[in-house]
Design a protein around this ligand. Structure first.
Ligand code: DCP
Length: 259
């Protein structure tokens, strides 16, 4: 009885997972995804944000529970390694980044969302899809991943997404859209050490990838559920960090969109 695949899907729907909408916040580096995520977290009981695991990439040993043997032994900052030597480390970085995100996307939603009577929304900062269709693709196009690495990446990525099925699917995307210049200014202000050498050119290429994927829909995506995914485009060029009025307006847009 249970081996019938439509029955399995039905059971899956009854476990609560599909009652909670899963939405990711996308946008260029430093556009303000974390700031916006915090606003959403405070927007009501029915919103829960899963932050991006950047700190894991800055200390791989701690993230993977590897024992550091002596105080002299340095820990691995994979984010820094990737920026210092993209050809050597991009594949490793993209693998680890996607793995850590896969883990978080596979976590069941917290009980408070499952029990919620209204629409509950689980929000992620980025997703396994921007890992692939923004960063890994961009790395390949810039020559930091060679064609073998790109082929291997796509192979395991597709395999895992297909295996995990609805558990890693999204119901929507919030695209925080701003010019690369604005992102560059914000990047400079926040001063993350590893990103010091980043140039505007690089943000330009990432901007184009976001536009191709989320606006022009010209990126070739390999998963049916992604093809018709609702995308809410928000003008993140506005200084929303310290302006409560702009914040309220953006949050309202989100709530209406994902009602
Ligand atoms: N990164 C990457 N490849 C990925 C994911 C992230 O190279 N697949 C890098 C880009 C940034 C850092 O990791 O240097 C974090 O990038 P995000 O844009 O995801 O996060 P931010 O902290 O920049 O977002 P925001 O400032 O918008 O909150």
């Amino acid at each position: 009885f249970f081996s019938n695949s439509s029955q399995c899907r039905l059971i899956h729907r009854m476990d609560g997972i599909s009652r909670v909408k899963r939405v990711s916040i996308e946008g260029n580096i430093a556009v303000g995804k974390s700031t916006f995520a915090k606003l959403l977290q405070n927007a009501g009981q029915n919103w829960e944000v899963t932050p991006e695991p950047v700190s894991k990439w800055q200390n791989v040993e701690e993230a993977t529970s590897q024992i550091v043997l002596s105080p002299q032994q340095t820990t691995s900052n994979l984010l820094q390694m990737m920026y210092q030597d993209p050809k050597r480390w991009s594949y490793t970085f993209q693998t680890f980044s996607c793995m850590s995100r896969m883990r978080t996307q596979l976590q069941p939603p917290p009980a408070k969302l499952m029990q919620s009577r209204d629409t509950a929304v689980q929000v992620y900062e980025r997703s396994i899809y921007s890992d692939r269709y923004i960063f890994a693709l961009n790395s390949f196009e810039l020559g930091a991943l060679n064609s073998t690495e790109w082929a291997v990446y796509q192979d395991w990525h597709s395999f895992l997404v297909e295996q995990f099925g609805p558990k890693v699917q999204l119901e929507g995307i919030i695209y925080l859209r701003a010019s690369p210049q604005v992102c560059m200014e914000r990047l400079g202000k926040r001063g993350r050490e590893e990103e010091r050498g980043l140039q505007l050119d690089y943000l330009d290429t990432l901007h184009v990838q976001h536009e191709n994927w989320l606006i022009n829909k010209s990126t070739k995506v390999h998963f049916d559920h992604l093809k018709n995914l609702p995308v809410l485009v928000l003008d993140a060029g506005l200084e929303f960090e310290k302006d409560p009025e702009v914040q309220a307006r953006l949050i309202k847009e989100v709530k209406i969109f994902f009602h």
